[in-house]
Every structure is written in structure tokens, then in C-alpha cells.
Design a protein around this ligand. Structure first.
Ligand code: EPU
Length: 310
């Protein structure tokens, strides 16, 4: 096969392992992995992929992701260059509260730094692992808010490799969703509020303490596996179905929060898929509720995993 990316060899690598780049630490390699150094680099890679019909997958922190054991037959994009990790904070002197951050920015860093600077609006997202682009694409959040509450506009690379500016309205945010599926989020402008740093820190602490009490933060997981069904709670249903502690190989339903699957290092992605299928079947059988995945799945097992649910 002709090397489609020969002229981009400084930024495109072949058969790169993904397991160490995800929170579950499982899964096969990427056919190609790109590490663009600029937005133009990124646009070039995406444009080439569109022309050659190569599917594009954007990696954030891999904190909400399950990669199949077969790996990903496409281009995985990793935004680890400085341009995608830069944060421009407002200066206190002009009283502004608008923050511009790269799509690769680590969420823990962004949240704790905003709290430290007395900028309110992100403290409710404390404890959510991820990189900003991934957080925005899935509109991550929880009881204390969601990222859409503060996003004003974004710079993205669209599926054809065009660089575009989108407003928050154009991003189409909903519960754990947006219209940004095929886009690579390069930059995000957020509107925060200046407040007493002590008050923000207090709220941040409450969020963290609650997460530590109710979620298995110290174990390998990808957070909540299923979306909450309308008006209900996936964790509650899985718990009531008696599935806490249920295991397949090294994958197990967390005893602390039933919507988390925690894994032992070295677990196969297939074990996680099998466990997902069992949970869905059991919850459907007992409560007539079809749970939808909240985590993203990459690779060929996707079809079989979804089939296993009916
Ligand atoms: N519950 C149980 N057993 C369990 C888990 C939960 O009975 O094993 C009950 C709880 O007692 C509570 C209800 O289910 O009455 C809801 O649980 P919780 O308050 O933990 O919230 P959640 O709806 O399960 C959501 C988000 C979390 C986020 C938390 C807190 C979804 C799918 N999950 O969880 O997000 O951290 O609120 O804000 O929307 C994630 O997206 O990865 C994630 C963990």
C-alpha cells in the first residue's frame, strides 16, 4: 500500500500504541498517529485524510474512551504540541474574565488554575479528567454544571480540513452531546466571572469531596460508562440490578458507583465489551430501559458490542 502520509513523516507515525494514552490502559494500536505542531499542520492532516477516505479520531486524555483490542484503522490525532495547550488568562487590571485555551489543555490544570485566580465557572467541573477539546465535544459535566455553561466560541478544524470559528449556539450542546463530533477542537473561549477566590475554593472543595466519596477515583476507569436515561440514573439501575462487583476477566462493576467499570492493569478491551453487553441486557430485562453508552468506543468491536445488547 502506498504511504499516504510520506510527506508528513515529521508529524505522522505508523502503528503507534494507544493503550498508554487512555485511562483504561487497554486497546490496540492506531494505524496512524498524528502530532501536529500547529493548527495549519492539523488542517493539512485532516484534509489529507478526507481526500484519502481515512477516518479521523481525536484523542484527548482518553479518559472517556474504550479502544478495541484490534486497534483503530484510521488516523488518531494527538494535540500535545504547545499551541494546543496554551491558556491565555485575563489580566486582573482590565477586570476581564474571558479565557482562551487550547483544545489539548489538561482539565485539572485549567480548573485549579481558574480557582486560584478567582475566576468562577469551572470549579463545578473539578475532578473531571480530560483535555478541554474532549470535554467540550461531549459537554462533560455533572450535578454542579457542564462546560457549555461557560463556552462562548471555538476554533475547530472541520472534517474537510477547514479552519472555522463557531459560536456556542452552533456547537449544539445538549446533555453529554454536541454537534462537534467530526471536528477537532483547537481553541475554546470561555467567559468566567470574577469572584472572591475563597468562595470559589470552597465550592471546588465540596465538589472534590463528593466525588471522592461516591466515585472510584483511585482505580483505572473511564468514568460513567452509560448516559443517564431520561429522568433516571444509570448507576441506580445497575446497582438495583445487583450488578455491583460483577466481573468479566479484569473488568468489574465498581462497588462504589455502579455506572463505573473499573479495570485491573492489562485487562482486555473484550472483557469490558462483554461486561457492557451484560449490564445492558440485565438492565433492559429487569427495568425495560435501554442504556446508551456515554463513553466513546473506537475500533471494530463497536458493532459487535452494540449487537450484544439486544
Ligand atoms: N446511585 C446508586 N448506586 C450507585 C450509583 C448511584 O444508588 O452505584 C444513585 C445515587 O445514590 C443517586 C443517583 O443514583 O441517587 C445518581 O447518582 P450520582 O449522584 O452519583 O450521579 P450520576 O447521575 O450517577 C452524574 C454524572 C457523573 C458526575 C455526577 C456528579 C452521568 C452519566 N454521570 O452521575 O459524570 O460525576 O453526576 O456530578 O451524567 C461521567 O460523566 O463520567 C461522570 C462520572
Amino acid at each position: 500500500m502506498r504511504n499516504l502520509f510520506a510527506d508528513l513523516s515529521e508529524i505522522v507515525f505508523e502503528r503507534e500504541s494507544l493503550a498508554d494514552l487512555t485511562s483504561y490502559r487497554v486497546g490496540g494500536p492506531a494505524r496512524w498517529l498524528a502530532r501536529p505542531r500547529s493548527i495549519d499542520d492539523l488542517a493539512r492532516v485532516v484534509h489529507r485524510c478526507a481526500r484519502e477516505d481515512v477516518p479521523v479520531f481525536t484523542l484527548g486524555r482518553g479518559a472517556n474512551l474504550l479502544v478495541s483490542d484490534e486497534g483503530v484503522d484510521g488516523m488518531v490525532i494527538r494535540l500535545d504540541a504547545p499551541v494546543f495547550n496554551r491558556v491565555e488568562w485575563p489580566t486582573a487590571s482590565n477586570g476581564g474574565a474571558s479565557v482562551m485555551a487550547g483544545g489539548g489543555t489538561d482539565m485539572y490544570r485549567l480548573v485549579s488554575e481558574s480557582v486560584r485566580r478567582g475566576l468562577a465557572g469551572l470549579e463545578g467541573l473539578g475532578g473531571i479528567p480530560g483535555r478541554l477539546g474532549g470535554i467540550v465535544r461531549m459537554n462533560a459535566g455533572g450535578r454542579w454544571g457542564q462546560i457549555a455553561d461557560v463556552v462562548r466560541d471555538l476554533t475547530v478544524v472541520d472534517p474537510l480540513g477547514g479552519i472555522r470559528r463557531l459560536s456556542a449556539a452552533e456547537a449544539g450542546f445538549g446533555y453529554r452531546r454536541s454537534n462537534l463530533g467530526g471536528m477537532v477542537v483547537c481553541q475554546v473561549r470561555m467567559e468566567l466571572k470574577r469572584e472572591d477566590p475563597a468562595a470559589i475554593r470552597e465550592r471546588f472543595k465540596v465538589v472534590w469531596a463528593s466525588k471522592r466519596r461516591t466515585q472510584p477515583m483511585a482505580e483505572l476507569s473511564a468514568g460513567c460508562v452509560f448516559k443517564n436515561p431520561p429522568g433516571g440514573s444509570a448507576g441506580l439501575l445497575i446497582d438495583r440490578a445487583g450488578l455491583k462487583g460483577h466481573a468479566v476477566g479484569g473488568a468489574r462493576v465498581s462497588e462504589l458507583h455502579a455506572n463505573f467499570i473499573v479495570v485491573r492493569p492489562g485487562t482486555a478491551a473484550d472483557d469490558i465489551f462483554t461486561l457492557i453487553g451484560r449490564i445492558r441486557r440485565e438492565v433492559a430485562r429487569r427495568f425495560g430501559v435501554e442504556l446508551d453508552l456515554e463513553i466513546e468506543v473506537w475500533g471494530r468491536r463497536r458493532v459487535r458490542a452494540m449487537e450484544a445488547t439486544v
